[in-house]
Write a protein that binds this ligand. Sequence first.
Ligand code: FAD
Length: 479
Amino acid sequence: SPLIVWFRQDLRLNDNPALAAAAASGRPVIALYILETATGDWALGSAARWWLHHSLAKLTAALRKQYGLQLVLRRGNPATLLPALLRETDAGAVYWSRVYEPAGISRDTTIKAALQTSSIEVETHNAALLFEPWTVKTQAGGWFKVFTPFWRACLAQPSPAPQRAPKTLTPYTGALDSDALDSWGLLPTRPDWAGGLRDSWTPGEAGATERLQAFIDKDLYRYADGRDRPDLNCTSRLSPHLHFGEISPRQVWHAVQMAADQGGAGIAQNAAKFLSEIGWREFCHHLLFHFPTLPQQNFRSDFDAFPWNPNADHVKAWQAGSTGYPIVDAGMRQLWHTGWMHNRVRMIAASFLIKHLLQDWRVGEAWFWDTLVDANLANNAGGWQWVAGSGADAAPYFRIFNPIMQGEKFDPEGDYVRRWVPELAQLPNKYIHKPWAAPDGVLKQAGLVLGRDYPLPVVDHDTARKAALAAFAALRNDA
Ligand code: FAD
């Protein structure tokens, strides 16, 4: 009987074990994607919806071209849509790739049990992680809360190997109803704010593969030193591709290892650093799997008493990139324009919201969720809790990033700020990260009136720093 491959966050043909197993079975294959309507707290953000649209368009074309296979698009609740499609096609099996978000796990567990009760065969596969959360254990058999020993334990496991796309498969030939992708309304229309996204990205498996190759060819050799420099822009920018499963971490791992093997010691050291960042992705998924409330609850419960100071104007200034701190504003505008922000700047901008403005990290997490093309429940929650100091293996709370010094260190010529905050473009390097300190003559020469062309700082750094430390001390005293 036919079998259904249910695509979810594995929108690719290569190294897709569910698809490979379906092809190997020789049974007629039905390819399905379901847009869920009851999505709970973490419905797709706006930028992710844009990406998903394009990724599905690419997957549709690739399946058709490679196998003559239709990607059936349906919208609603998988718990009812799957049995309906099984009945409609007389299919006897469903294959899918596992996910690690709590809502996805509970959905899949329920569906799997119900299908098995109806004698439908269910096969699930690992397509998204190098090492699944339950396979990496401490010596005592527990789960890891600290990255370094976690990653050491991962590296002691056999090296993960990717599979190629099946050469052929038997497509199901019956006619199946499918929604038109456009009818899902995933793209913004009025206004169409996605121009910057279109200019920045090529969603889909081919775009992901090209991105990986370009990174290996052009930037891997300088990754370890360059990765903290937003002005150099030399990280892989694979995060949205990895999130949607257009490329697998096994493929990334394998290609980077091969480059390291061929490229000598210089490349090997950069490759190890890069793979350890892939390791952070694994670690965040490990944390989320074992601590499913990570996206909404402080990992360290002593943080529950933190005296946040909600202020809608401050949040708005942060979101709009008008805090008056150039490195923060550059990052927030890069995010708004391209759906992505450099990791160093994510840390600076997040720290600024939490520590300078004393806004709850969950407010920032929600904004990132809506605006990032790589919005990922595990990595986003992991990142925010790390910066807040409320997380596992987190930066200590009292380490407060100084946005001026961070800017001067990691964007030394101010190129990144000039690109995203063009009103500051004429300022000399000396003041590019602290325009308020520039003498009147310098401002005049740069054609800049602070408070008119660019905001004055929403808070004073030293005052904010002291307030943050006082809030932290209060927490300590409470505990
Ligand atoms: P590269 O440096 O090229 O790294 C390669 C891959 O490793 C990335 O694509 C990503 O999958 C993974 N990775 C790298 N750094 C981290 C990290 N610190 N944590 C987890 N995985 C990592 N990443 C997301 O994918 N989605 C998010 O929603 C997200 N939210 C974040 C929020 C905050 C506050 C912070 C500080 C970080 C967040 N990150 C998130 C992690 C990181 O910033 C991005 O993964 C990275 O900037 C993506 O760019 P890249 O692909 O060029 O990274």
